[in-house]
Ligand binder design. Structure first.
Ligand code: IMP
Length: 427
């Protein structure tokens, strides 16, 4: 078995897109299994930057891509992204992209609900306002629309009317106008012929891929700390971001997903609200933001920055089933006199080595920081472990020790080959 699942091991934005791009060279298919266009995956290919939200990262190099049933798909966003890719010379056709019939549709009404929910929350989550959460709510509420519904316009109208009737009560309760059927219905009917050629049985394609010995990369979006079950609830997204989500979100058997590669920066960032124990406000945090270009790919929001939290990473690795780590953005730490790892927490003055379940307790945690010497000079573009400064090696080894998971890769720049590979993630 030689499949790999790529999972964000922190709060997202770890650089999963470029890791998937690197793996895609050796794989046959790349599959998205969760999230939607709330994701922002950046790839730099020959100096050209590609920002993907819904498309599997392999499409940039013409690798066949699949979008699984676990994805929340906004048809408007998908067509816009395909258009942006075309303008950059990348043709996304049904030959290279197939979408699961049962993927949930994200509709304009979901964006309106997302915005209204955020406005009424005493403590906003800081969602991407893309409508992702409300679309998943409708899915589990058993009233959602799915990609296959686009094929039957008459039924589509009925289902949409029922959905809007459900939400009308909520909108009225807030003193808002219920969301109108038009132009949403006509727009969907107009988009359907453009989307339907991409629609297929993703589960079956994955089964064939397995029988014919093909290598599949499952591309996770967001991250363990944003997982609806394992993240810092309620400051999370609404999907299963972990390796288990790769099975339920595509139709492949859990025993076939392969090795799990967790991606983590050598420091930490978070976008949106919620607890972030190792956050550094002020000087070193600002330097990390500026050097690391820590602004949202799709929303442009500045990311909160801090030191790597090995307690979080250890716990996340256990629940997400992470077998190997890819550490990204080592070069961002170049020139720091001191670098820190969070190696424990104080909860009301008592040292603990796990992340407590409640948000209130998570907010009260204080980090136990361990200092490491920084290094002079640049690690940018380094491709051999032996060429790293000894202080960088000491930091990587400390991360590996604290987390208890082997480091398979370290990236040192944005290009695909700016990486040190210690172990192939493919079995
Ligand atoms: P939603 O997914 O738009 O509902 O947002 C829920 C939370 O997940 C917010 O804190 C977002 O900032 C965060 N989030 C969603 N997608 C991403 C991502 O791709 N990277 C980082 N954070 C994300």
């Amino acid at each position: 078995m030689s499949n790999v699942v790529v999972v964000g091991a922190q709060w997202g934005d770890e650089g999963k897109g470029r890791i998937v791009d690197w793996l895609a060279e050796k794989a046959d298919i790349v599959v998205r299994y969760n999230g939607g266009h709330n994701a922002g995956h950046t790839l730099v290919v020959d100096g050209q930057t590609y920002k993907l939200a819904l498309l599997p990262s392999g499409v940039v190099r013409g690798k066949p891509g699949l979008i699984g049933n676990g994805v929340a798909l906004d048809p408007e966003a998908l067509l816009a992204e395909i258009g942006r890719m075309a303008a950059m010379g990348i043709r996304v056709t049904p030959e290279v992209l197939q979408i699961a019939e049962t993927a949930t549709l994200v509709l304009p009404v979901h964006r309106a609900i997302d915005a209204a929910q955020e406005r009424m929350r005493a403590k906003p989550i800081g969602t991407t306002l893309r409508g992702i959460g409300p679309a998943y709510e409708d899915k589990v509420g058993r009233r959602g629309l799915r990609v296959c519904d686009l094929a039957e316009p008459a039924l589509l109208a009925q289902k949409l009317e029922a959905l809007l009737a459900h939400h009308a009560a909520w909108f009225r309760g807030l003193g808002l106008e219920p969301f109108p059927l038009e132009p949403m219905l006509s727009d969907l009917i107009a988009m359907a012929p453009k989307i339907l050629p991409f629609v297929g049985r993703v589960w079956e394609q994955l089964d064939h891929a397995h029988s014919s010995g093909k290598r599949v990369v499952f591309e996770g979006s967001q991250a363990v700390m944003l997982d609806v079950d394992w993240g810092s609830y309620p400051y999370v997204t609404s999907s299963s971001t972990i390796a288990a989500g790769a099975a339920s979100g595509t139709g492949i058997a859990p025993s076939r997903v392969g090795r799990v590669l967790g991606v983590s920066k050598v420091y930490a960032t978070r976008v949106g609200e919620g607890p972030f124990t190792s956050e550094v406000t002020g000087a070193p945090g600002d330097v990390l933001r500026q050097r690391g270009g820590e602004y949202g790919v799709n929303t442009g929001r500045p990311r909160r920055c801090g030191w790597l939290d090995t307690v979080q990473l250890r716990q996340s690795s256990k629940v997400a089933g992470i077998d190997l780590l890819a550490l990204t953005k080592l070069d961002v730490l170049d020139g720091f006199e001191s670098v820190y790892l969070c190696v424990g927490y104080l909860l009301d003055g008592v040292r603990i080595d796990y992340m407590p379940a409640t948000s209130a307790e998570q907010q009260r945690l204080e980090p136990v920081l361990q200092r490491f010497d920084g290094w002079d000079g640049s690690t940018r573009g380094t491709r051999a472990y032996g060429d790293l400064p000894k202080q960088a090696v000491a930091l990587i080894e400390a991360i590996q020790r604290e987390v208890g998971v082997p480091v398979a890769m370290v990236t040192t720049g944005p290009e695909r080959d700016d990486a040190i590979v210690l172990q192939s993630p493919f079995a």
